[in-house]
Design a protein around this ligand. Sequence first.
Ligand SMILES: [Zn+2]
Length: 489
Amino acid sequence: MRTALSFLVLLAAACGTPRASYDLVVSNGRVMDPESGLDQVRSIGVIADRIAVISEQPLAGKDTIDASGLIVAPGFIDLHSHSIPGGGQPWQVRDGVTTALELEEGAYPVAEWLTALEGKSLINYGVSAGHIPARIAVIQGARTVAEEGAWREKGEEAQPPAWSHHAATPDQRSQIGKTLEDGLDHGGLGIGFELNEAPGSTREEVLSLFKIAQAKGVPIYAHLRLMGLDPITGSLAGVQEVLSDALVSGASTHFVHLGSSTGTFAKPVVEMIEAARTHGLDVTGEVYPYTAASTGIQTGMFDGDWQSRLGIGFGEIEWPPTGERLTAATFPRYRKQGGAVIIHSMKDEHVDFLVGHPGIIIASDAMPLIDGRGHPRGVGTFARVLGRYVREKNTLPLMEAIRKMTLLPAERVRGAAPRMARKGRIAVGADADLAIFDPATVIDRATFADPQQASAGIPYVVVNGTVVVRKGDLVTGVHPGRAIKRGDQ
Ligand SMILES: [Zn+2]
């Protein structure tokens, strides 16, 4: 049906007789599609939520965006956002993001997480079934998303919580598996792991859950168990654990935030990922374009001798509410209190390498801003790649950057949700998700000192055919974002 319609529309366009009027026309933009390689000035006609025509001729529409001098790209797809229910969407959409997915941490119950966003979402959304949320549900007894959030916000590390530090009994392990299967059956797009935040998870438990992902045809989204500089027990060991489980189970596997996870090991890790792909494994990775990381100060990352393990000291850790760098005196006080910290731990050369590397996906790891403070990556990641890495540093070509922010993440999710074949590209029949930006001015403005500054140079964003950002401003009262669920066609 769709193919027939597309053919007719194409035929009409080819004959120079497009429809009299489209719902929305994006006229005279430089259309860049990473799938077909199209890079020409075109006008796009949208009917309802789909691209109906891509034309060399002028088109008429009920609503028109004049994209002269601007790039028209597929809307950016963020595989890694923790700020979806946390007020992040208005920031992310002005960064060109039209789909943001919570795949690393995930959720439980998945159905409840999805339902809460129905009809209220600026951009498309989706979630994985989360290993830690499942552990909290089974071991700690939290049963709702709200209860789970409360557990995690307490900073209850004075007594390490059972969900993170206890090994599951055989019965609990099977319940964790069933909980995750339930999440996948309710639309979860994969299984999300944050292994270093749940050090009690045995190798056996983790491998058994990779097998569930393989059986359900969804990827694993993996934050490593082992990280840091140690040549035996550091990041390489963490990557090898995950690759081993991917091989043994056959599950597709995605490594989250390679910059913060691998540090100085970025190059050997990318070589390992590429070699695994050569040997037939479906393995991918992502990076965010910043040299500072962010995570909870109460997490297992700061257990034991983290200074030598991670190669950083108190002075590399920033407390966002005040902007202060921590000391031996303030660290334990804030750890007891709990909350996200910013960790200035990475080097430019490694982040440049990952951002510039073909095949490594760009994803933000957006965290909610709390009292206006927090890591700027949830506000500026995509404009930062286009402005700083493409235009200023010439780290990678523009089309490659667009591919890493659109087509590649769509393809990562497509196996679980076939409808992603309509996202991440500009083609007749594709979903009308568009990021329209000025290549000469696009830039991130959010900083560590003041993250509440929306990206500049992205004047228009379209989600499912609805204009959500117009002349750089959020359009009020529109919520065109839709859920993306496992099995969606
Ligand atoms: Zn993570």
